[in-house]
Structures are given as structure tokens and as C-alpha cells.
Design a protein around this ligand. Structure first.
Ligand SMILES: Nc1ncnc2c1ncn2[C@@H]1O[C@H](COP(=O)(O)OP(=O)(O)OP(=O)(O)O)[C@@H](O)[C@H]1O
Length: 660
């Protein structure tokens, strides 16, 4: 079975480090609009309320001015108390408004996050196997967790507060300029250096944020692999080297996080220091003006209170920008997955797509040739093909649905990530499996057997040629149709964290009952399931690891046969079974396979026995087709493979007249 590329360094196939530097933060964040749109009214109201709350805060210095120049200067205690009451009410109003804002955004933003997560999950389900082959699972996991959390936080705080703080700063500066424009200009002095610093910071931070988020994905992958592969890690005593690999990655991440912290510290230093210096300078200039009698003490108090009230809005810009950068990076990472091309479901127009560059006319002619020695029930192309390419395929339309078995016609396949000039793994596969027939597929290791079987349920798309099920091009069938016709079981049986029964019934349509479950378990010799603590209601652990390899394989086999599929694709599904159990499964399977067309990858003669005929896959094509004994006689390669596979060919080889 194919494995994923090695983890660790760069597990994001399309991640372009430079892209983070080039892309625009705003443009990246604008892609969130479709998700934000439904809650825009609430977010807008919340922003207006936050602006209101901030402006209420800015009224406080004006009340102070009134108190200092009025009741305090006049020695009027009642006026001072009244002023204190105003201040208290303003403070309460500000707190209340901020509370309402938070209440307004909390629920809808949790909904936005959940919606985005659901979309991502749906997308991942629809993305082709080739995508999942390329992407490390930790990278996908971190997009669905950390990145979405960053986005929710961005929508809750920076999105609103960059606006609120911007308005607050403008209003505050306006108030200060009205109070005393010379002092206002002193306060405004650092504005330009602060803006330049923000620009530089944004660019640098966005690159580091991208790196950090990708590294979190790498780390997640390593953790996931270590947990899933814990038996190997322990069995080979690799925990130290695994820990070392993890430590190295987390050390790298720590370095990136420290770089982020240093950048934040730098902008923070500039954003805090320059305004503080300006406030100090304004205090000195203002005090001189008060001493000269050019300014009232109340105005200076109001001015400085306003300046101090603006400290937080200005200082927070640093981390608001940082959070926005992280959110933009998270958006990029999210849409890298969402933009990946999903499997086209060509129920509409698929017939044409299935041509793969071969005109329908030629395909129908060729189909007459694709016969395995004239022994099959191959349907000949009609003498004269229809004149128009628009007309439906004559053969297909005439015989579609009638049992014609499974056909591979000039199938050529190259993995999408293979070098374009490399020889395709499958160069020209022609094979016809008759209706109700079971065909074993034999070939040297790495010859492409698993790959060929994966083409039938369209886990990978053929590069050229086509595959038909009962005359229907598989690319013309909707995925649902196709997968209701074909059931698969792989050598590596994957079970889900669910009950045994649920795992098996996953292979059946809606409404499958306990009878179907029991029948499938019986066929797969998986009756052990009834003896589990809660019978078929027993929960299997993550990936079914609480069961033995053979038990998992039998459950996977039961899942494949439970829906009584018309076509069955089995990739060496009995490899983990002992000879006796395998023989029992074979006997039961024969009953099931009697009306099922099956392709079975086999390594052992004992598995080959299950099949009516055998096809030898060699150098990207079907080199020979025949019964086991015919091939033993006529194909040295086959004889070699069978004799070398378990060394018991002589013991287990089928006998002539064994009923096949
Ligand atoms: N996702 C993939 N991307 C690129 N190459 C792949 C991928 N999966 C498999 N291959 C390559 O394709 C070749 C055939 O693999 P495949 O698993 O189909 O062989 P096989 O005949 O089933 O082997 P075995 O008998 O060992 O299971 C191998 O060389 C493998 O490295």
C-alpha cells in the first residue's frame, strides 16, 4: 500500500513562503465575507456600540474639565459630587455598552467558526485521494482547529477594534485639537513614525506568522503519527528518536514564536514610547502655558486625560495588527484546502469526459477489440457506428445495465505527482472480468495492483482509457451510483471509532438490518464479533486497534460484502488470516461471489484459489490471463511469483477439477 511522504520539514505541498509576503492582508481577509455576511447586521451593530462606548469614554475628560474649571475652582462641593455622579454614570454606560457588544458577537461568531469548520470537513471528504496522498494530516488538522480559532478571534476583536480604535483616535485627536491646537500638534508628532513602523511590522510579521502556523501543522503531524504508530515506536524502542524529532520541531516552532514575540516587542516599544514622549512634551508645554495664563488648568487636565484615554487604542494597534496578520495567514491556509479541486461528479457530461480524448466512435469500435481471447461475453461494436459524435454510445446505451462485467480498456495511469516524463505505472491495461466471475490479480510487488484496484471506485482517475461496469463508463456514473455498485476492502483495514455493527453496516445502504449484518459477519468468518463484550454493539477503539489484524480484516471484508455489491474489489483482503480461517472465508465468499463480479489482488496461491481466473500484471499491462494452472504452465513469471510467494504452492496449489 502506498504511504504518505515523510513528515517533518515541509508538509504543506503548495505552501509558498514568499506568497505570505506578497499577498495583501485585506484581500486575504475579504475572502471571509461569505461567512461573515449572514452575521453582518450583528457585527455592524456591535461595532457601532463599541464606537459609542469608546466615545462615552472620551466624554469623561470633558466632565473632568468642567469639574476642575467649575465646582473645584469655585469650591462648590455639591457641584463636585454632581460631577462625580456624572463620571460614575459615564463609566457604567461604557462598561454596559462593551458588555452588550460582547453578547452580540459571541453567538454568531461561534456559528461562523462552526460553519467554516463544517465546510472544511465536507471539502476534505470530497477531495480526491491524490490530494490526501500529498497533504500531511496534521496540516489539515491544524487548519480545522488552530486556524479557525484564530479567525474567530479576529472577527471578535481586531476586526471591530481596528475600526473602533481608529474612530476613537480620530475623535480624541479632534477633541484635543479643539482644546488647544498647539498641544494637539505636539501629540500628533509621532503619528508618522508610528505608521511607518506599523507598515514594516505588518510585512515582517505576516511571513513569520505563516511559518509559525505551518510549523504547528508539522508538529501536529508528528504527534499524530507517533500516537497512531505507538506500537512501532515502542516495538523498535524508537521513543527517544521520536522524542528528539519532536523536540527539534518544537524547538524550531519556539524559535519562530520568539521571532514573533521580538517583532511584537519592537512595535510595542515604538508604539508605547513615542506617544508617551509626546504626552510628556505636551505636559511640559501645557504647564508653561497654564503658568503664563494662556491656558486654563481645566483644559490642560481635559487635554491630558484625553491623551491618556487614547493610550490604549494606540498601544493596542500592535497586537491588533499581529492578530490580523495571523488571521490573514489562517485565511490563506484555510482556502488552500477549500480551493483545491474536488472530484468532479460528472453525472452530467461525464459520458463525454469518460472518453479521455478518445472519440465515442472510436471507443465503441475499440471495445470490440478489447476482448480476452474471444472467450468472454464481450459485446461487439455494431457494424456501422453512428455518424454523429453527439449520439450516445451505441453499445453503452443498448446494453447499459445488462450484466457485462468489469472491463479495463487501454487503461493508462500515472500518479499526478510522478515526473511528467516518467513511464506511467500502468501503460495499457486491457482486462475483461465477466459478469459473476472472480478474477485474481497477481503481480510483483510494486507492479501497480493496488493502484489498478483503486481506479475502479475512482479513488484515482485513469490518465487515459476507460473502465466500464456492465457497459457503463465509470466516469459517466455519479459517485453515489458508482459506490453503490462497487464495494472495496483493502489489505490495511480501516475501522472507525464506532461500534462493530456500525463499521460493518457502513458498507450497506440505508435500512440494512441485523440480518444483513449477521450474514456479512458469517461470510467474513467474523462471528467473533458476537462474542465481544457488547456483541456487535461493542465500540472498537480508534482505527480498530483494539482488535487483531485478522479481526480487522474480517470486519473490513464483512463491510465490503454486506451490501451485496454487484462488483467487489478486494486488495489482498485475507493476508492476515491463518490458512484455515482463509479457507473458511473463501468457501463462504464463493457463495457471495457467485453473482458478484470480483477483482481480487492476491499474493498467495491460497487466495488465488478463490478466483475463477487469474490476471498477471507486469510492466504496466496485463501480461497473461487464464486459470491458475494454465498460467503456471505458460507464464514463467507467474510460476516464479507463485512459487516464491509463500513457498507452499505445491501444498496449496489448486487441483484440476476443483470445481472452478
Ligand atoms: N500516491 C502515490 N503517489 C506516487 N506513487 C505512488 C503512490 N502510491 C503508490 N505509488 C507507487 O506506485 C507503485 C505501485 O504501487 P502499488 O501499491 O499499486 O503496488 P502493488 O502492486 O499493490 O504493490 P504490493 O504488492 O507491494 O502491495 C509503487 O512504486 C509506488 O511507489
Amino acid at each position: 500500500m502506498p504511504t504518505k511522504p515523510a513528515p517533518a520539514t515541509d508538509l504543506v505541498p503548495d505552501a509558498a513562503p514568499d506568497a505570505a509576503e506578497k499577498r495583501s492582508t485585506v484581500r486575504a481577509l475579504l475572502r471571509l465575507w461569505p461567512y461573515v455576511r449572514p452575521v453582518r447586521a450583528r457585527l455592524g451593530t456591535a461595532a457601532v456600540i463599541a464606537i459609542l462606548a469608546s466615545c462615552v469614554g472620551l466624554v469623561i475628560p470633558l466632565v473632568l474639565k468642567w469639574m476642575v474649571d467649575g465646582p473645584v475652582a469655585d469650591g462648590d462641593p455639591a457641584g463636585v459630587w454632581l460631577g462625580a455622579l456624572y463620571l460614575l454614570l459615564l463609566g457604567l454606560a461604557e462598561a454596559l455598552l462593551f458588555g452588550v457588544r460582547r453578547w452580540l458577537v459571541a453567538r454568531p461568531l461561534a456559528g461562523v467558526e462552526a460553519g467554516m469548520r463544517a465546510d472544511l470537513y465536507r471539502r476534505l471528504q470530497r477531495l480526491p485521494v491524490a490530494f490526501h496522498d500529498r497533504w500531511a494530516s496534521g496540516q489539515l488538522l491544524s487548519r480545522g482547529t488552530t486556524d479557525l480559532m484564530l479567525l474567530r478571534m479576529f472577527l471578535a476583536f481586531p476586526l471591530t477594534f481596528l475600526l473602533v480604535n481608529g474612530v476613537t483616535i480620530l475623535v480624541g485627536v479632534g477633541i484635543m485639537l479643539v482644546q488647544d491646537w498647539t498641544l494637539g500638534l505636539v501629540i500628533l508628532g509621532p503619528a508618522i513614525p508610528v505608521m511607518i513602523t506599523c507598515g514594516i511590522f505588518e510585512k515582517k510579521y505576516s511571513a513569520v506568522a505563516r511559518r509559525a502556523q505551518d510549523q504547528v501543522g508539522d508538529l501536529t503531524t508528528v504527534v499524530e503519527e507517533s500516537v497512531l504508530g505507538i506500537r512501532i515506536v515502542k516495538g523498535f524502542g524508537r521513543h527517544r528518536s521520536q522524542a528528539r524529532a519532536f523536540h527539534e520541531l518544537s524547538h524550531t516552532l519556539r524559535g519562530t514564536e520568539l521571532r514573533k514575540a521580538r517583532l511584537l516587542a519592537a512595535i510595542w516599544a515604538v508604539i508605547v514610547t513615542l506617544p508617551e514622549v509626546a504626552i510628556g512634551a505636551a505636559l511640559v508645554v501645557g504647564a508653561v502655558q497654564v503658568a503664563d495664563g494662556a491656558l486654563s488648568a481645566g483644559t490642560l487636565v481635559a487635554f491630558l486625560s484625553t491623551a491618556l484615554a487614547l493610550r490604549w487604542p494606540v498601544e493596542s494597534i500592535g497586537f491588533l495588527l499581529a492578530m490580523s496578520q495571523e488571521a490573514a495567514t489562517a485565511t490563506d491556509r484555510y482556502f488552500e484546502v477549500m480551493d483545491a479541486e474536488v472530484e468532479a461528479d460528472p453525472a452530467a457530461g461525464g459520458r463525454a469526459a469518460g472518453a479521455m480524448g478518445v472519440p465515442p466512435l472510436e471507443r465503441s469500435r475499440e471495445r470490440g477489440r478489447v476482448d480476452d481471447g474471444g472467450t468472454s461475453q464481450a459485446v461487439r461494436a455494431p457494424g456501422e457506428a453512428p455518424s454523429s459524435e453527439q449520439r450516445p454510445l451505441p453499445e453503452v446505451s443498448a446494453n447499459a445495465g445488462r450484466p457485462q462485467g468489469l472491463r479495463f480498456e487501454h487503461v493508462r495511469f500515472r500518479y499526478p505527482d510522478a515526473a511528467p516524463d516518467s513511464t506511467p505505472l500502468l501503460t495499457d491495461v486491457d482486462l475483461h472480468i465477466r459478469p459473476g466471475e472472480s478474477m485474481a490479480l497477481v503481480g510483483a510487488t510494486g507492479s501497480g495492483k493496488t493502484t489498478l484496484t483503486a481506479l475502479v471506485p475512482r479513488l484515482h482517475e485513469v490518465t487515459e482509457g476507460r473502465i466500464t461496469l456492465d457497459g457503463e463508463d465509470i466516469t459517466a456514473l455519479s459517485r453515489e451510483e458508482l459506490r453503490s455498485m462497487v464495494a472495496v476492502a483493502f489489505e490495511e483495514p480501516t475501522l472507525f471509532s464506532a461500534t462493530v455493527g456500525e463499521n460493518v453496516l457502513m458498507g450497506a445502504g440505508e435500512g440494512a438490518d441485523d440480518e444483513a449484518l449477521d450474514r456479512a459477519l458469517a461470510v467474513a468468518q467474523a462471528d467473533f464479533a458476537h462474542a465481544l463484550p457488547q456483541g456487535t454493539g461493542t465500540q472498537v477503539g480508534e482505527q480498530g486497534l483494539s482488535l487483531s489484524g485478522g479481526q480487522r480484516q474480517r470486519l473490513a471484508l464483512a463491510r465490503a460484502v454486506v451490501g451485496r455489491p454487484r462488483f467487489l474489489v478486494l486488495d489482498d483482503p485475507l493476508s492476515a488470516l491463518d490458512v484455515h480461517t482463509e479457507a473458511a472465508v473463501e468457501a463462504a465468499l464463493r457463495q457471495v461471489l457467485a453473482d458478484t463480479t470480483a477483482l481480487i489482488v492476491a499474493h498467495r496461491p491460497s487466495t488465488v484459489l478463490l478466483a475463477d481466473r487469474v490476471a498477471l500484471l507486469s510492466e504496466g499491462r496485463i501480461a497473461a490471463v487464464g486459470t491458475h494452472h494454465e498460467l503456471l504452465r505458460t507464464s514463467p513469471e507467474y510460476a516464479h511469483l507463485m512459487s516464491g510467494s509463500d513457498g507452499h504452492e505445491g501444498d496449496e496449489g489448486p487441483q484440476e477439477g476443483d470445481g472452478r
